[in-house]
Design a protein. Structure first.
Length: 246
């Protein structure tokens, strides 16, 4: 893995003539945590899909360490060091927890023994070792989320994008997730981009925030300045911004 940045520059995405993203620029450096927030329908997941080549760009460019990702397919983007989770959990329900995580390691070209070693370490880190042989279909929602993140990390990415990882979690589960995620950039030397509506988690976790509304960037910067930005309060946070909730 190299030292550098993930950059989406002047990205525009259109669906049947509707402009879903309009000239959005976002950068993520290794070692930092950036929160991507905004109201429903603002374009957050569309931006992630554009970065990972799930949807085509009408204009703009996405690059890693200065190298363009244009023309690459999603699995080729993953091999460039970008891993992601999805808004809706996408585990292989018929496989065990260990097999789900191992599949990601094997997809990166690891041998079986090396992959299993990586899996064991990740399951221990995420508190899932006792459930290694449990079928994914039998897990609680919070555990499924943790397996999905562990699976993404099995590829040892340079950049990790998490789409609503705290969705459906109770307060205790969110606290555990916060503790896990806060350590990742320093321990794994990766950049973390996180979408979530759990504002207490976002405000405590992130170094910077990037705010979208109606497909456009309306604010970006450190947490405190964005939290007090009038445009952000009006479009998304509302009066709850002063209390740190949304």
């Amino acid at each position: 893995m190299s030292d550098g940045r993930l950059c989406a520059r002047d990205v525009r995405v259109e669906f049947s003539g509707l402009r879903a993203l309009d000239c959005v620029t976002l950068e993520l450096a290794r070692g930092e945590i950036v929160g991507l927030i905004g109201p429903n329908g603002s374009g957050k997941t569309t931006l992630v899909n554009a970065i990972t080549r799930q949807v085509p760009l009408a204009a703009g460019e996405v690059s890693v360490d200065g190298a363009s990702l244009s023309g690459l397919r999603p699995h080729e983007v993953a091999r460039r060091g970008i891993a992601r989770s999805f808004q809706i959990v996408r585990l292989f329900d018929h496989l065990t927890v260990a097999e789900n995580v191992e599949a990601a390691a094997l997809a990166q070209g690891l041998g079986r023994r090396a992959a299993q070693g990586r899996v064991g370490a990740l399951l221990a880190e995420f508190g899932l070792a006792r459930q290694a042989e449990t079928l994914a279909a039998a897990l609680s929602y919070g555990d499924k989320r943790r397996v999905e993140i562990a699976r993404a990390l099995a590829a040892e990415p340079s950049f990790l994008i998490l789409d609503e990882p705290a969705a459906g979690m109770n307060e205790g589960e969110s606290e555990v997730l916060l503790s896990l995620l806060s350590r990742l950039p320093a321990e794994r030397k990766l950049g973390l981009l996180i979408i979530d509506h759990d504002m207490p988690l976002i405000m405590r976790l992130c170094h910077r925030l990037h705010v979208l509304a109606s497909g456009r960037t309306i604010a970006e910067g450190d947490v405190e300045s964005v939290r007090r930005n009038p445009a952000v309060i009006e479009a998304y946070l509302g009066s709850a911004a002063e209390a740190g909730h949304a």
